[in-house]
Write a protein that binds this ligand. Structure first.
Ligand SMILES: Cc1ncc(COP(=O)(O)O)c(C=O)c1O
Length: 427
C-alpha cells in the first residue's frame, strides 16, 4: 500500500510537469468544465462542449432562424455541408470538393458501400474485420443483402481480440473482392490499421477501399489522398467535439465522383435541386452523395469543433495522445495490472488510436462504480472492456493519475460489488 502511494505521488509529480510543458494546455480554456472534479475519459464517444459552440448555436437560432427565417438558406445554409466539409478536408488529407458533412455515419457508410459495390460488377465479396464497429458490420451486411448478385461479407477474425494480423487481412482480399471496408481505429481495442498499406493491397487486387475514420479524425493524422483511399466516412461528435448526434461526413476521391451513384437519390443530391425538375439527374460533383435537407444547427456546432481541431493542429494532437497513452499504460503497469486488470489495447503506442482499453472480469460493475461513486467517466464495451479515451484538447496527465487512483480504490475497496447486476441502457 505504501509503495502504491509513493508511486502515485511520483506519477503526480511527473504529470504536473508534463502538463506544464503541454503545448495544447491552453485549449482547455475553450471548453466548458461544469464540474471541476469530474474526470472525463469519454471524449472518444462524446467530446466536451466548446464554449464558442453555445454562442454560435444561439446566434444561429436567434439571428438566422429567428431573424432571417427561410432566407437563411440563401444566406449560406444551403452550402454548409460542403463548406464545413472543405474545412474538415484539411484534417483528412483531402482536397476541396472531396468532403461533405451531413447525415449520420451509418447512413453515409451505406451510401458509399452500395455505390462502391455497384461500381465493381462481377465481384461479390466485401472484406472487413471482426473488430469493426457493429453498426458498420450491420450496414455492410444490409448492403450485401440488397444487391441481387449474392454478395457476402467476410469479417477477418482477430487472433487476440485486440488487433488484426495484416497477413490474415491480406489473405482475405482476392479477385472476388469488390470492397474493403474497415475502421481505421477499432472502437473497442483502439487498434490502428495501416491505412496506406491496406489500401495498396486492396487496390492491387482491384478492390475499392472505404475507411471509417470516426475514431481517428481529430486525434490521429489521416492522409486520404496520400494513402490512395477511395472513400471514407466518420463522425464529428468524438474528438471533433461537434455535439450529440452531430452530422457525420463522407469523402469521395475526386476521380470517382462522376462514376459512383448514390443509392439514396434525394433532392439535395440532384443536379439543380431547386429546379424541382422531373426525373433524377445526379449532381455532377460530390453533392450527389447528399440526400436531403442538412441539419443546420448541428452543422454550426460541428463547424466550431472542426475549427478548434484545426487551430490545435493534428501533429501536436497526435503527439499528446501518444504521450498520454504511454503514461496511462505505465500507470496501469504500476497500479492496476497486479489487481487483475488486463491491457486490451496494443502495447505499442504507434499501433493505437487515442484510447486505451482495459479488461476486468467485472468490467461493467467497475465502470458503473467509477461513474456512480468516483466521479470518473470512462465507458464500457461488452464483454468486459473499460475504455479510457484521451482528448488531445482537454485531457491532462494529472487527470490520468487521479483517474487510475480512483480506479484502484474501486478495486481495493471492492466498490464494484454494489453494481454487479444489470446496467444502464447506454454504457
Ligand atoms: C467507428 C464507428 N462507426 C460508426 C458509428 C456510428 O455512427 P452513427 O451513429 O453516426 O451512425 C460509430 C459510433 O460511435 C463508431 O464509433
Amino acid at each position: 500500500m505504501t509503495i502504491s502511494l509513493d508511486a502515485l505521488d511520483a506519477f503526480r509529480h511527473e504529470a504536473r510537469s508534463l502538463d506544464r510543458a503541454d503545448p495544447l494546455a491552453r485549449f482547455r480554456e475553450e471548453f466548458v468544465f461544469a464540474d471541476e472534479d469530474l474526470l472525463y475519459f469519454d471524449g472518444n464517444s462524446l467530446g466536451r462542449l466548446p464554449k464558442r459552440t453555445a454562442a454560435l448555436v444561439a446566434r444561429s437560432v436567434e439571428a438566422e432562424w429567428g431573424g432571417r427565417l427561410i432566407r437563411g438558406w440563401n444566406d449560406g445554409w444551403v452550402d454548409a455541408p460542403r463548406r464545413v466539409g472543405d474545412k474538415l478536408a484539411r484534417l483528412l488529407g483531402a482536397g476541396p470538393g472531396e468532403v461533405a458533412v451531413s447525415d449520420g455515419t451509418s447512413v453515409n457508410l451505406f451510401k458509399l458501400a452500395v455505390s462502391a459495390l455497384r461500381a465493381r460488377p462481377g465481384r461479390r465479396t466485401i472484406v472487413t474485420d471482426a473488430l469493426n464497429f457493429p453498426s458498420d458490420l450491420y450496414v455492410l451486411e444490409g448492403a450485401a443483402a440488397l444487391l441481387p448478385a449474392g454478395h457476402r461479407v467476410v469479417a477477418v477474425p482477430s487472433r487476440d481480440g485486440i488487433a488484426i494480423d495484416a497477413e490474415d487481412l491480406y489473405a482475405s482480399i482476392t479477385e472476388d473482392t469488390a470492397l474493403v471496408s474497415l475502421s481505421h481505429v477499432a472502437y473497442r481495442s483502439g487498434f490502428l490499421h495501416d491505412m496506406q498499406a491496406v489500401t495498396a493491397r486492396a487496390h492491387a487486387a482491384g478492390a475499392l477501399v472505404l475507411w471509417d475514420v470516426s475514431h481517428s479524425v481529430g486525434a490521429v493524422p489521416i492522409d486520404l489522398e496520400a494513402s490512395g483511399a477511395d472513400l471514407a466516412v466518420g463522425c464529428t461528435y468524438k474528438y471533433l467535439n461537434g455535439g450529440p448526434g452531430a452530422p457525420a461526413f463522407l469523402y469521395v476521391r475526386r476521380a470517382l465522383q462522376e462514376t459512383l451513384q448514390n443509392p439514396i437519390p434525394g433532392w439535395f443530391s440532384r443536379h439543380e435541386p431547386f429546379s424541382f425538375g422531373d426525373g433524377y439527374e445526379p449532381a455532377r460533383d460530390l453533392s450527389r452523395f447528399l440526400v436531403g435537407t442538412p441539419p443546420i444547427l448541428s452543422l454550426v456546432a460541428a463547424e466550431a469543433g472542426v475549427d478548434l481541431a484545426l487551430e490545435a493542429g493534428i501533429g501536436p494532437a497526435r503527439e499528446k495522445t501518444l504521450a498520454l497513452g504511454e503514461f496511462l499504460v505505465r500507470l496501469w503497469e504500476t497500479l492496476l495490472e497486479t489487481r487483475g486488470v488486463t491491457l486490451r489495447s496494443p502495447r505499442e503506442a504507434a499501433r493505437r488510436g487515442a484510447h486505451v482499453s482495459f479488461g476486468h472480469p467485472q468490467g461493467l460493475a467497475v465502470d458503473r462504480a467509477l461513474i456512480g461513486e468516483m466521479n470518473v467517466i470512462p465507458d464500457f464495451r461488452p464483454p468486459d472492456v473499460i475504455r479510457f479515451g484521451m482528448s488531445p484538447l482537454t485531457t491532462r496527465f494529472i487527470d490520468l493519475v487521479e483517474g487510475v487512483a480512483r480506479f484502484k480504490r474501486v478495486l481495493d475497496e471492492e466498490r464494484w460489488r454494489r453494481y454487479a447486476g444489470e446496467g444502464p441502457a447506454v454504457t
